[in-house]
Design a protein around this ligand. Sequence first.
Ligand SMILES: C[S@@+](CC[C@H](N)C(=O)[O-])C[C@H]1O[C@@H](n2cnc3c(N)ncnc32)[C@H](O)[C@@H]1O
Length: 460
Amino acid sequence: MQALPIFFNIINRHCVVIGGGDVAARKVTMLLKAHAAVTLYSPEICAELREMADAGQIRYVQTFFEESQLKNACLVIAATDDVAVNVAVSVAAKAQNIPVNVVDAPDLCTFTMGSIIDRSPVVIAISSEGNAPVLARYIRTKIETMLPAAYGRIAAIAGEFREQVKVKFATTQLRRRFWEGVLQGPMVERVLSGQEQAARELLQSILNDADATANKGEVFLVGGGPGDPDLLTFRALRLMQQCDVCVYDKLVSPEVMELVRRDAELIYVGKSRDQHTMPQEEINELLAKLALAGKRVLRLKGGDPFIFGRGGEEIETLMQHGVPFQVVPGITAANGVSSYAGIPLTHRDYAQACLFITGHLKDGTLDLDWVAMSRPHQTVVIYMGLVGLKEICEKLIEHGVPATMPVAVVQQGTTQRQKVVTATLADLAAKVALAEMKPPCLTIVGEVVRLREKLNWFNV
Ligand SMILES: C[S@@+](CC[C@H](N)C(=O)[O-])C[C@H]1O[C@@H](n2cnc3c(N)ncnc32)[C@H](O)[C@@H]1O
């Protein structure tokens, strides 16, 4: 982030605008919307600004720019078509530590205003930090269409009840839960359909009936998918936004972590091979403990919680403690990674079955069902198989799989960091070592790997 987004209260505060054209008029309109006391300096002004001055909405001083005009200003905007004047305003404002915006000159600014969606009291500002203003406008249009105008009225009604809610619920956690329930319920629909009084009455009755002490925790066991945040389910995203605390693993990608509620407490229990930051039993107990303390706990795991994810063990412990929970499936690595690598796991001509196997070494040895893995017309997907890769390839050849069988190893599949190595069983280990592949890596063995040549679509 190159700049900190903030919302600046300028009600009745002295703001200075230098310039008198249409662009200045647009900036003045924005300042007036935020109830600023605007003084405008310019030798001449356009008709729109003249009207504002005549109506007493702004104070207009007909003069050229001078440094002294910025004295006591809380904010300055330069909107002249004279570069030298704009530079002078910027220099003078910076010297006096006054936030300054110079139209269309990001280098001269100490603040910019972004693209604004106004559903007052809800206001959204979008910035591309000057890199792509058109994209920012496009995003704004998209959000505009998703956000009914009535959202401002919902916020206003919520504001009316704020004090009452504060009195009734002792903690911010309880208050937040109350509002989350309200905002997902019928009160919103009433406002959207124009029945504001009915919405107020409904909100009042929900508030009256609400149990002010109920503080039941629960656990959301959520699959975060293989990495690309677009592969999250709607439910995963919703629960990620509602948690008080997030207990997460190494495998969850940074892009997915970005979508967890900003204020949630984050607890890393990450595991990498042989380096269990927290033993599984302790993780199980931690989840129960947090939920029993009234927290809504997001247990966020890479891929799917029930595929080599030990999710079953975690919810067994929750059941023993009587903690309520729900499980949200995620796209498992085999599905996500194979799709993004252009390798269909089954295909009418090549594979009619698919095996998901863990290649994790237990006590330093690989104890796998080699006979089942060596059958023809199937695809074998190996999770956690990077360390034992050489041995896996040798064993498969030993059990009758042709040494020429195509294999792919995919590192950090579905992300912008995806790396793919294709080879045969005979030369895979050497090629993977040469490419310096690092976990997480998924191995796909089978004739279907040949299809990647034709079907590869995701190039990073
Ligand atoms: C402990 S398992 C967890 C699997 C997870 N529960 C799932 O459903 O995908 C970890 C292994 O999943 C595989 N894996 C997960 N995400 C991956 C990704 N984005 N790219 C490649 N392999 C991945 C790797 O084999 C990694 O060693």
